[in-house]
Design a binder for this molecule. Structure first.
Ligand code: PMP
Length: 393
């Protein structure tokens, strides 16, 4: 296989794909067919939190594959991997988050959450934030706050109002016509911007007063990445609907949205079957999700995310660095210029470290290592980043 064939027959989303030809992946490393080894410091974009091919996940996959693959569209049959995962997950969540609807991806979780909010409230207005990212299907793009990605696809969903993240003016936007407010407690693609705690609590209060549902998109921040199982735990704010995906499947595609049985009730009637999916909650993906969550809860991973934050923040200081922000292992390194950022990412790539940008920013390096990374590996990465900066100046 070669890059020309890849570029010819696989539809491209940019002119500059990384184009690594993968042979296998294990732990923190990805190996290419020409024998190069890369330390994955972005975890396949916040997916492989337990590293690649975790043995417990692989074992669970083998066991499920031997039993059955797809058997029926969503919601009709009782499938053990779905039940086991859902039970373990919901036990970790506040009691109002008591049911999960399974989908296949992050953007589908957002689509489902928006539809659920509209159906339950019988309202259509949505409130969202600038610089947010919720996915690339039409509904999710309608609440994504970046015009450059939206403009080519207008018109999108009507009745969506945007405000600045962390700005109190949004409290005036949320009213009796609002079906839902959707936000990432820590904006990911927008540049790793954490919500301010008092602000988030005020948004929660305003939603409650006006009957609007509060949707948290924890597709990137969920499953331990920030040092808690979910980022909302840092804020003492409970959403009405929680969207999850990415790290949920331990490397397999699966997503979901979680809410109360009262809210989910509205999916059952007028008409019945008004939100269905063929593959949502695929048994093989759910078996992986269950093994992933069991492992995440039994190990030292959440503490490790905190240690990773402390170490990276103390190591990365000096010339060219504006700041390292974020929580746990969901961090962003803001550098002074786009050219410097490009030089640092390229230098690390040459030294066998995968770093990446976020979608909405070109001066921010995404730092999202697997939670199994060692101190030695962390030091290697931060030293290499600092070398990259020094070489540039
Ligand atoms: N929401 C957030 C916060 C995300 O980070 C992403 C993916 N980067 C999505 C939604 C979309 O997820 P997916 O790519 O699985 O559709």
């Amino acid at each position: 296989m070669n890059k020309l064939l890849f570029k010819k027959i696989i539809a491209q989303t940019s002119d500059t794909p990384m184009g690594l030809e993968i042979s296998n992946a294990e732990g923190c490393y990805i190996f290419t067919v020409n024998g190069k080894k890369y330390l994955d410091f972005i975890s396949g974009i916040a997916v492989s939190s337990l590293g690649h091919n975790h043995p417990r996940i692989i074992q669970a996959l083998h066991e499920q594959i031997d039993k059955h693959l797809h058997v029926m569209v969503y919601g009709e049959f009782i499938q053990k991997p779905q039940i086991e995962f859902a039970q373990l997950l919901l036990e970790q969540l506040p009691s109002s988050l008591e049911q999960i609807y399974f989908v296949n991806s992050g953007t589908e979780a957002v689509e489902g959450a928006l539809k659920l909010a509209k159906k339950f409230t019988e309202r259509t207005k949505l409130v969202a934030f600038r610089n947010s990212y919720h996915g690339d299907t039409h509904g999710s793009l309608s609440v994504t706050g970046r015009d450059v990605y939206r403009d080519p696809y207008l018109p999108l969903l009507p009745n969506v109002s945007f405000d600045e993240f962390n700005s109190n003016s949004v409290l005036d936007l949320i009213d009796e016509e609002t079906a839902a407010v959707i936000l990432e407690p820590i904006q990911g693609e927008g540049g790793i911007i954490p919500a301010n705690k008092e602000w988030l609590q005020a948004v929660r209060k305003k939603c409650k007063e006006s009957g609007a549902l509060l949707i948290f998109d924890e597709i990137q921040s969920g499953f331990g990445r920030t040092g808690k199982l979910f980022a909302f735990e840092h804020y003492e704010v409970i959403p009405d609907i929680l969207c999850i995906a990415k790290a949920m499947g331990g490397g397999m595609p699966v997503g979901g949205f979680v809410s109360s049985s009262e809210i989910f009730q509205s999916f059952k009637y007028n008409p019945p079957l008004n939100h269905v999916t063929t593959f949502g909650g695929h048994p093989v993906s759910c078996a992986a999700a269950h093994a992933n969550l069991k492992e995440l809860l039994s190990g030292n991973y959440l503490n490790r995310a905190q240690e990773i934050e402390n170490k990276i923040k103390s190591n990365l200081r000096g010339k060219g660095i504006i700041e390292v922000r974020g929580t746990g292992a969901m961090l962003g390194l803001e550098l002074e210029t786009k050219d410097l950022t490009e030089a640092v990412v390229n230098h690390c790539f040459e030294k066998g470290i995968l770093l990446g940008w976020t979608l909405h920013s070109n001066t921010l390096v995404r730092l999202a290592p697997p939670l199994i990374i060692t101190d030695e590996e962390l030091n290697f990465v931060t030293d290499t980043i600092l070398d990259g900066i020094n070489n540039y100046f």
